[in-house]
Design a protein around this ligand. Structure first.
Ligand SMILES: Nc1ncnc2c1ncn2[C@@H]1O[C@H](COP(=O)(O)OP(=O)(O)O[C@H]2O[C@H](CO)[C@@H](O)[C@H](O)[C@H]2O)[C@@H](O)[C@H]1O
Length: 471
């Protein structure tokens, strides 16, 4: 079984968030159970690309409306990843020092067209094409409708929704850039009067998956405008919980940590990482350390954090640390908060992979007050590093975290409000004081298995079920 994943991000090549973690792990675990899974992604002008060498497999020309662009498909020459990774190189459009920006429409259109042009001329074509998020949302449409790709229209195409908040909307002036199709089927591209690549993917993909079962249910009520479409297409939908790459995220071997640990050395291991964090960021190591890691956007409840932190710092005896970037105003408020709270609060505004690993290991609690959380990986990393997740009961958080009061191991709150988040942190402060229970809970958390094995198999079964139904 030959599967080609198409994605804008893939760890360790280019990561903005959880999409990269999933696309960097799922193919690896699919290969371990006998599939031949590979990835095609854009070639960005980033550190990974500059540190490695590439070989050109294919040279082509693509048309975006009236403009021609040369493109190459490249592979790594000096390094072997856990799966074959193909890179679409379009110098003028994709080769930038960012992944996403305001010019994404043309960039990801070119990426998708180049990927399909390349597949079209392959002797051995993939058995399945697995697209991820709206950046690849026009592929199911083009496979089904564009005359140019008629030869590929029997290849089952699956779309995974990692986040339905972003849909890739584009005005109709871009319509002519999509390889020619029967215009009377143009409605498949449309949702509410604009071209909507995520909606097109939902309409045209053979199956659609969401990254947790609860998120699939919730989307029917809250899908940023696509609710009716989801209801109409719900027979295509399957919710498959993400896993984590338990080899990359392993406190026993993690190269980023100050000290490694396993289930028999939790206390000393976590202490060494916490001490380093507290020393580096001027925090009191004797207080429970509550951390947040993530994009500072509305979905994550981030704009409430400055107010929550202010109240917590006034009333509770804990230390707070935040690693993230996003809304400028939230960043400003978070930085400003440091001035009056030295010793109990600090933040690092920016993206830092290494620091994130130390925070998962060194924190006592990890805060995730998300408004929307399709799956969430942070809480699963936290569990693996014996850090108590403090989460809102939503999406994948609901599927992976059970409250301590319900015989579970985490702290769960109902709403993304300042009051609820504050109360959850207060419960964390209390829980930390129960030394025996707190220590025992760390062991329980470390034994929870969220590795990819089971979900990788579920995806394979899903692909097979498509072939069986359509044979
Ligand atoms: N400033 C920073 N520095 C270092 N690392 C940082 C960072 N900010 C975030 N990260 C890292 O980025 C990843 C975030 O993953 P999530 O799954 O929590 O969220 P995201 O919303 O990006 O993903 C979307 O896709 C994933 C994958 O399907 C879903 O789990 C999720 O719910 C959905 O919103 C984690 O690896 C985290 O450590």
């Amino acid at each position: 079984m030959n599967i080609l994943h198409v994605s804008a991000e893939c760890f360790p090549v280019a990561k903005v968030g959880g999409l990269a973690d999933v696309v960097g792990a799922l193919p690896k675990y699919q290969n371990r159970i006998g599939a031949k899974s590979s990835v095609i992604m854009p070639m960005y002008n980033n550190a990974f690309v500059n540190e490695n060498t590439f070989e050109t497999l294919h040279d082509g020309q693509l048309k975006l409306g009236v403009t021609d662009f040369g493109f190459q498909i490249k592979v790594l020459k000096n390094l072997v990843l856990d799966f074959d990774t193909y890179f679409v190189h379009v110098k003028e459009l994709l080769f930038k020092d960012y992944v996403y920006s305001a010019d994404d429409t043309d960039r990801f259109l070119a990426f998708q067209i180049a990927a399909l042009d390349w597949i079209l001329q392959l002797d051995k074509k993939p058995d399945y094409i697995h697209c991820h998020d709206h950046h690849t949302g026009l592929i199911p449409f083009m496979l089904q409708e564009s005359y140019k790709y008629e030869l590929l229209n029997k290849i089952p195409v699956i779309t995974t929704i990692h986040n339905a908040q972003y849909q890739g909307w584009m005005p109709y002036e871009h319509l002519h850039k999509i390889p020619e199709f029967n215009l009377s089927n143009g409605g498949l591209l449309d949702w509410n009067g604009v071209i909507n690549p995520l909606a097109a993917a939902i309409k045209c993909a053979w199956r659609v998956t969401t990254v947790s079962p609860s998120y699939m249910e919730e989307l029917q009520q809250n899908a940023n405008g696509l609710e009716h479409l989801l209801l109409a297409e719900n027979k295509k939908f399957v919710g498959i919980l993400n896993g984590i790459d338990a080899e990359v995220w392993n406190p026993k071997t993690d190269q980023h940590l100050v000290k490694n640990f396993n289930i028999t050395s939790i206390v000393s291991g976590k202490k060494a990482n916490k001490d380093w964090l507290c020393k580096t960021f001027n925090l009191d190591p004797n207080k429970p350390l509550i951390a947040f890691i993530g994009r500072l956007v509305g979905e994550k409840g981030a704009e409430l954090l400055p107010e929550v932190f202010k109240a917590v710092l006034k009333e509770l005896d804990v230390s707070l640390f935040l690693l993230g970037s996003g809304f400028e105003e939230t960043e400003k408020q978070l930085l400003h908060l440091r001035e009056e709270n030295t010793g109990n609060y600090n933040c690092h505004i920016g993206y830092d992979e290494k620091l994130s690993h130390i925070v998962y290991a060194g924190a006592d609690f990890l805060l995730m007050p998300s408004r929307v959380e399709p799956c969430g990986l942070n809480q699963m990393y936290a569990l693996r590093y014996a850090t108590v997740p403090v989460v809102r009961e939503i999406g994948g958080l609901k599927d992976t975290v059970t409250d301590i009061n319900d015989d579970g191991f985490g702290i769960v709150h109902k709403e993304t409000t300042v009051e609820d988040i504050f109360k959850a942190i207060k419960r964390a402060e209390q829980f930390y004081k129960d030394n025996k229970l707190f220590k025992q809970n760390r062991k329980t958390m470390m034994q929870i298995d969220h590795s990819w094995e089971a979900s990788a198999k579920t995806y394979i079964n899903l692909y097979q079920s498509i072939t069986q139904t359509n044979d």
